[in-house]
Design a protein. Structure first.
Length: 309
């Protein structure tokens, strides 16, 4: 596959981000199996908090594959959110936030139970609120396009504007190469452009992990600014950029043969092949910077996925 990419300095790219980026058109990017899909965005609208304090669990955007949670109080006690379906359970740390935060409903269609807890003493927690909801996803991969807690993004983020600039540059390079104006980049072309940017630009930050605690959530703009991060940052940035371009992508956590510690990587949906592949930008960036050979698609037998988002 020929890749049409034009990579320049981060500083120049961020400067270029000031031009108006067009938001992703569902019909140009991700083909949805929805009735009247041309009339609906693939992205769930952000919910606005109705009160300055309190808590809430909303399934208003459940058809997009997300549940939205609001929590804002003066209490400094630890809070937990538990998302359950059948025998599967995801537990998240909750922090005070003036806005709703999205969490994925990635366990398929069916009845979910979402509960909010607050710490009372030691390891004991009290339930504050619990809601059940029968989720029917309007399209199975929509959940992997949304902005969520660990892959948070908006079209106004510098990192997302940067993704648009990279894609625009690649498209212009393709036009010049072919000598025609009426050309498009495929989803797989766009994926390759963003992948190459991440592995060529972001360095591994060996000192960062020492100062992190359970509350750490990746900040994609900060990763772009510093041009370095840990596996959590690599996977969040790559997924956010892909999602902003209409390409379904997951963050996966677990263990890999190329790492002796808990690890994060991605799974990316290849639209033209209608399949998911494992991509490890942390490992690939290291191999790329060292000049060692590596493959984009990883062997599934070398990764033990415990969670996906």
């Amino acid at each position: 596959m020929k890749v049409y990419a034009l990579i320049v300095s981060i500083g120049l790219l961020l400067g270029l981000c000031s031009h108006n980026q067009q938001k992703v058109d569902a019909n140009d990017r991700y083909v949805l199996n929805l009735e009247n899909s041309q009339e609906r965005s693939v992205y769930a609208p952000f919910l606005e908090a109705k009160n300055a304090h309190g808590y809430d669990i909303s399934f208003e955007n459940a058809s997009y594959g997300i549940v939205s949670v609001f929590y804002q109080s003066t209490s400094e006690k630890k809070k937990k959110l538990i998302v359950e379906k059948d025998d599967s359970k995801y537990i998240y740390n909750i922090f005070n936030n003036s806005e709703y935060v999205n969490y994925p409903l990635q366990l398929g269609n069916g009845q979910y139970k979402v509960s909010l807890y607050i710490n009372t003493n030691g390891t004991k927690y009290k339930k504050l609120k619990s809601e059940t909801y029968n989720v029917e996803l309007s399209e199975k991969n929509l959940v992997y396009l949304q902005s969520i807690l660990e892959i948070h993004w908006t079209f106004e983020d510098k990192s997302i504007e940067l993704a648009g600039v990279l894609v625009d540059q690649a498209l212009e390079a393709k036009r010049k190469d072919l000598g025609i104006e009426e050309v498009k980049l495929s989803l797989d072309d766009i994926n390759q452009v963003l992948y190459e940017f991440v592995i060529e630009t972001i360095q591994y930050d060996y000192d960062k992990i020492k100062g992190l605690d359970f509350s750490y959530i990746p900040d994609n703009d900060e990763t772009i600014k510093k041009e370095k991060g840990i596996c959590y940052d690599y996977s969040a940035l790559y997924a956010a950029m892909l999602r902003s371009q209409g390409i379904p992508s997951k963050m996966a956590k677990g263990y890999a043969e190329n790492s002796d510690v808990y690890h994060a990587w991605n799974e990316v949906y290849l639209n033209e092949e209608d399949r998911w592949v494992i991509v490890d930008t942390t490992f690939d960036a290291y191999m790329n910077h060292k000049g060692f050979p590596f493959d984009y698609e990883k062997d599934a037998s070398e990764y033990n996925k415990l969670k996906e988002f």
